[in-house]
Write a protein that binds this ligand. Structure first.
Ligand SMILES: Cc1cc2nc3c(=O)[nH]c(=O)nc-3n(C[C@H](O)[C@H](O)[C@H](O)COP(=O)(O)OP(=O)(O)OC[C@H]3O[C@@H](n4cnc5c(N)ncnc54)[C@H](O)[C@@H]3O)c2cc1C
Length: 388
C-alpha cells in the first residue's frame, strides 16, 4: 500500500504546516504545554488559538461551506489532524463541531440551522452530551429520561450521568423518551437545551485525580421549546446515529501517543541493555506504530467512500488499551515520583503530566463504548459471529 501524499495532498500539508508555524502558540509547539481539554473554557491560551483557527475557517473542517465549514475531504482532514498532532497543537473543535453541528445540518430545520450553528462556530455555545443514564450506558436505548409534549413545549423529568464537563458547558444535546410504549429504539427523541433552564441541575462527581469533570444532571419539570427537538419525534435514535462524513481514523491519538513514548525515552535514557523497561519501551513503540498504521487504513477506507465499521472499533479498542498500557508502564518505569500530580512540591516528574495522563487513560477504555462492546462489534461485524 502506498501512503505517500499525492501532489495535491503535499500542497495542502505544506499549507497546514505554514499556518501552524506562523500562528500556533509556541507554548504548544516548543514548550509542549498540553491543552487543558478540547473545550478550554477559561483557558486563555486555548481561546486565543481557537480564534486564529476560526479566522482561518478551519474550525468545522467537514461542515459544508454554506454553514461556515471548510468542506475538507476526508484525506484533507486526516492531513490537518496529523500535522496538528505532530506539532502537539490541539484542534479546537469539540463535541459541538463533531457531534451536534452535523446533526443539526442533516436533520435541523432552516430556523434551527440559522439559530444554532453560528454560535457553535463563534465558540459561544459549548455543548455537553446527555446520553448515558444510571441504567443506560452500553445499552443506551434503555434510557428512561421522559419528555412529554405540552403545547409548544416538552416537559422533561429524569436523570443523566457521566455528563462530561457539564459544569463548564452552556448547552446540552440529549436523548429523551417520548414514547414509552414503542420498542425501545423507536420511542426516543433528540433535543438541545441551554443549561441555564429552570429545573436543570448539575452535580459534579469527584474523581480519583482530584477533578470533577464528570457530572450527574437532573431534570425536574424542565421545559424545552418544541423548536429545540432536532428531527422527527421518536426518531431520535436514528438522528443521533447519523453524522456528516468526518474523518475518524484516530490519527491524532496515535501520533500523540507516539510523541509521549519518545518523551518518556528521553526522560529515562540511557537504560542498560537487558533492562525490562528498555524492552517495554520497544514494545510500546511497536504498538504505537501499529496504531498509526491502523489509522491510515481507516482513512484510506473513508477516502474510498467506504464506511469504517468494525475497523473504527479496532482503532478505538487498540488505541485506548494502548494508552492505558503506556501510562501504567510510564509510572512504573519512572518509579513512585511518576505517580505524583502537578503541585507535589517539586517531586513530580515532567510537571505531573504522566500521572495526569494515567488518570485520563484509565477511563478511556470505558468512554465512547467500552472495550468489551468494541470486541463484541469486531466479533459480530468483523468475524461474522452470531449475536448474543
Ligand atoms: C471519561 C468518561 C466520559 C464520559 N462522558 C460521557 C458524556 O459526556 N456523556 C454521556 O452521555 N456519557 C458519557 N460517558 C458514559 C459512557 O458512555 C458509559 O460509561 C459507557 O457507555 C458504559 O456504560 P456504563 O458506564 O453504564 O457501563 P455498563 O454499560 O453498565 O457496563 C458495565 C460493564 O459491563 C460490560 N458490558 C455491558 N454490556 C456488555 C455486553 N453487551 N457485552 C459485554 N460486556 C458488556 C461493560 O463493558 C462494562 O465492563 C462517559 C464515560 C467516561 C468513563
Amino acid at each position: 500500500m502506498d501512503y505517500r501524499d499525492t501532489e495535491e495532498e503535499q500542497r495542502w500539508r505544506t499549507e497546514v504546516r505554514r499556518f501552524l508555524r506562523a500562528e500556533a502558540p509556541t507554548e504548544y509547539i516548543d514548550e509542549h504545554i498540553p491543552a487543558v481539554d478540547t473545550y478550554g473554557l477559561g483557558d486563555e491560551l486555548f481561546q486565543g488559538w481557537r480564534a486564529k483557527v476560526a479566522k482561518q475557517g478551519w474550525i468545522a473542517a467537514h461542515w459544508p461551506k454554506e454553514y461556515g465549514g471548510a468542506a475538507l475531504s476526508v484525506m484533507e482532514q486526516f492531513i490537518m489532524k496529523e500535522e496538528f498532532a505532530r506539532n502537539r497543537v490541539p484542534h479546537p473543535g469539540g463535541r459541538q463541531v463533531e457531534m451536534v453541528g452535523p446533526t443539526i445540518i442533516l436533520h435541523g430545520t432552516d430556523e434551527q440551522k440559522a439559530e444554532l450553528l453560528p454560535p457553535i462556530l463563534e465558540g459561544e455555545h459549548i455543548y455537553c452530551q446527555g446520553f448515558s443514564e444510571p441504567g443506560a450506558g452500553s445499552d443506551l436505548a434503555a434510557l428512561q429520561l421522559r419528555a412529554v409534549r405540552e403545547g409548544d413545549e416538552y416537559v422533561l423529568n429524569g436523570q443523566k450521568i457521566w455528563t462530561s464537563n457539564a459544569t463548564s458547558c452552556n448547552w446540552m444535546f440529549l436523548l429523551a423518551r417520548t414514547d414509552p410504549e414503542a420498542p425501545k429504539h423507536r420511542g426516543i427523541s433528540y433535543f438541545v437545551t441551554p443549561m441555564e433552564t429552570e429545573g436543570l441541575t448539575v452535580r459534579p462527581i469527584p474523581d480519583m485525580a482530584g477533578g470533577a469533570e464528570l457530572c450527574e444532571t437532573f431534570f425536574d419539570n424542565v421545559r424545552i421549546p418544541a423548536g429545540y427537538r432536532i428531527g422527527e419525534e421518536n426518531r431520535g435514535w436514528y438522528v443521533a446515529m447519523t453524522t456528516l462524513d468526518f474523518e475518524r481514523s484516530g490519527i491524532a491519538g496515535a501520533i500523540g501517543l507516539q510523541l509521549n513514548i519518545l518523551d518518556l525515552v528521553e526522560m529515562v535514557k540511557p537504560l542498560p541493555e537487558g533492562s525490562p523497561d528498555r524492552l517495554e519501551l520497544a514494545e510500546l513503540y511497536l504498538a504505537s506504530e501499529v496504531a498509526r498504521q491502523m489509522s491510515y487504513q481507516v482513512a484510506a477506507l473513508q477516502d474510498r467512500d467506504e464506511v469504517p465499521n468494525y475497523e473504527a472499533s479496532m482503532v478505538k479498542l487498540f488505541s485506548s488499551e494502548l494508552s492505558r498500557r503506556y501510562a501504567t508502564s510510564a509510572v512504573s518505569i519512572l518509579g513512585l515520583a511518576g505517580q505524583l500530580m502537578a503541585g507535589s512540591h517539586g517531586h513530580e516528574v515532567n510537571e505531573g503530566r504522566i500521572a495526569r495522563y494515567l488518570s485520563g487513560s484509565l477511563p478511556s477504555v470505558i468512554a465512547g463504548g467500552t472495550s468489551e462492546i468494541q470486541r463484541g462489534i469486531i466479533a459480530t461485524r468483523g468475524l461474522g459471529l452470531p449475536r448474543g
